[in-house]
Design a protein around this ligand. Sequence first.
Ligand code: SF4
Length: 271
Amino acid sequence: MTFTEIQWTWRRISLPTGETFVVKGYTFNPWWGCLKVSEECKFCYAEDIAHHYGHDVWGPSTTTTRRFFKERHWEEPLTWNRQAEKQGHRRSVFCASMADVYEDHPSVHKERQKLWRLIEITPWLNWLLLTKRPENILPMSPWRRGDWPDNVWIGTSVGLQERAEERIPYLLEVPAVVRFLSCEPLLGPVDLSPWISQLQWIISGGESGNNARPMDMAWPRLLRDQCQVAHVPYFFKQVGGRYHNSGGRTLDGRTWDEIPAEAPIRNKIIV
Ligand code: SF4
């Protein structure tokens, strides 16, 4: 399994010498398949990928199942964890790019339990869980205040102001060390002022694909400015367009690649 090119899963490690280096991350999918829940899902790239490979796994539980994987697939993160431990720094894992971990589909309950166990036995991996169903995070997760693992960062997707108002209050109930927003595809201006001081990271970007809905650059600028005032790391993923790199990655003449700072968990660091 190779590292992912999804740049918000990369981490920058600073050495005591002042030198910094990039540590690439991984993606892991406990299953494939989902059900669209909001306007942001309209041109879901994951659904297109699944169809491309002949898997009909998008839709309600009454008509569709999900795609599951064998044990070999589940063992991969154990290998990554061992490697990260040897190297002395955590690697991030985006989970799941082809599903929503908190989907309430009856066939995924068993796999979700497996995922929680996997997360608990891989402390050298930094699990990034991103959901459009934040109301399910606490009911479906096994952890509570005081025992939420420090290797789980939890995020929700917010592409419009209405989604911010619906979803962020649920996210803020989660006692995770990092609570983040993915404002992608960004479909309108979003005012985060009621919540931003309680968030640890904002990612934003425009939509890509054949039907990409255009993003007004004033929208990511507004998010960036709010982050700067509140001292919250801001990551600008892409302008968007037909291809993910069509519009580039710059906003006001530069890239924005901030990620939350973490204390090193070992002083041994091998790149
Ligand atoms: S929640 Fe995510 S994976 Fe599911 S349909 Fe929406 S965009 Fe696609």
